[in-house]
Design a protein around this ligand. Sequence first.
Ligand code: FAD
Ligand code: SIN
Length: 497
Amino acid sequence: MMETDVLIIGSGIAGLAFAIKIAERKPNTTICLVTKADGFESNTKYAQGGIAAVMDNITASFESHIKDTIKAGKGFCNVETVSLVIKKAPLRLKELIKWGTSFDKTENGNWDLGLEGGHSVARILHHKDQTGWALEKALLNKMAEFKNIFFFTDLFASKLLVKNNLCTGAIFLDRTTNHPYAIHAKIIYIATGGSGQVFEKTTNPTIATGDGVAMAYRAGARVEHMAFYQFHPTALAVEEVNPSFLISEAVRGFGAYLINAKGKRFVFDYHPDGELATRDIVSEAIFKELLRTGEKHVFLDCRHLDKTLFFKHFPNIVHQCKNLDIDVFLDLIPVAPAAHYQCGGIAVNKQARTSIHNLYANGECAATGLHGANRLASNSLLEAVVFAHEAACDVAKRLPFISIVKEEIHSLLKNEKFDTKESNRNTNLKKQLRHWMYQYYLHTCLGQDLSFIRKEISNIQQKIEKNFVQYNQNIPAIELRNMSCIATLITKLQNNE
Ligand code: FAD
Ligand code: SIN
């Protein structure tokens, strides 16, 4: 059993930025940062396009970023939150730069701003096509400077300790032994990222199993907007690999075309903004086109673009395609939509507080109200860094008035030896769940009947629950149960269905 002032679960941008902020403000506070993987693995690490921000403070520019965000969110954004995030963006970006992240500049010394779908102007700062990698590296380095941050890898959070709507800590399993530990804290901050692995095709790494949302939901936290799952239109569609490699939307912002097997730029048939319409629109257009043509994927065409400039902006994409024998300057790139971003999550207020006392949430696992029904490209990293700051200010003020509460938890810490491996049954159920969740999204997009798919998902979920009792401290089984919980939240019948 361990005690700490602040317990942070997750080492992506939301977890790391908060840890640094608290450590700066409260040097005598003990901060325990825990991740289930190695320190680097996260959705953050794979971010490509960049961070949207208005770096000159002309009011009109803020207004247009706000307008684009609200338009993309289709009436479900919290307008105050949108304004808060966008207006604080320049300050937070300057901090990221101070902490060691480098964003590309043009030869004239100006920011080399990228363009993505739904943005009315180019306003995306990036580090080539590996912004997330550069960010994660800088944040991990910065965090290592603080003596009061204790970083634990390979510790899997399995359960939040919540009694009478007060969170007092969490239970963790050591990933190599499945041995359980309890960590008690004054403040518990969830930054566990998204849940793309719930779908058969996703750009998210295998850690993205929705653990934080599932744990918080089971503990009674308010969760919202989970039905709004964002698919990215252009995941590389070459073979059955998990995750799918992303071809950044910035490539279309740079001028690439989306074409069908006959070579036609078809997105204009569905929306006047063509390739640079928002992601929901472009993904839907691709699904409709695939249904119409019977093809398995469409293509990105980069052949007309300036080779030198393209390579300068997207070296990793060129390299990854080359590994698959695709020369982006000569060949078409096969692409299809894949699950990318969980727009909903644990409901939080403007300080990232959840509905459970002393429990905070930030990043992709949280629903701040910024994204509404559909996130504007490159607004996610921004949201995480802005809310890390807001949460840190709130927590720093509150910490002196909070004491650690230790719950009686012996029954949860049984020292039994559990099998650490994934069972075949688990693997099969996961495959089925992921298959039907993808079909669910596809059918929703195409406006087709969902009743049969709902039944399939529900059958699988019952089997997962039944199976779970036998393996309750086996990490793959807990992850699968979490994925099943996320599937329930995504597919829950809405009032108007
Ligand atoms: P993550 O970065 O996913 O971190 C989650 C952390 O929680 C990890 O350390 C994980 O190991 C840990 N964790 C999870 N479960 C547990 C558990 N049970 N116990 C312990 N630890 C746990 N957004 C943009 O704004 N711009 C982009 O250009 C962009 N490009 C993207 C490209 C790709 C391929 C992908 C997948 C996403 C992209 N996104 C982008 C989205 C963005 O990267 C993510 O939304 C964001 O990084 C999420 O950050 P996070 O800190 O909330 O979660
Ligand atoms: C991309 O580079 O296309 C991803 C950007 C994002 O998810 O915001």
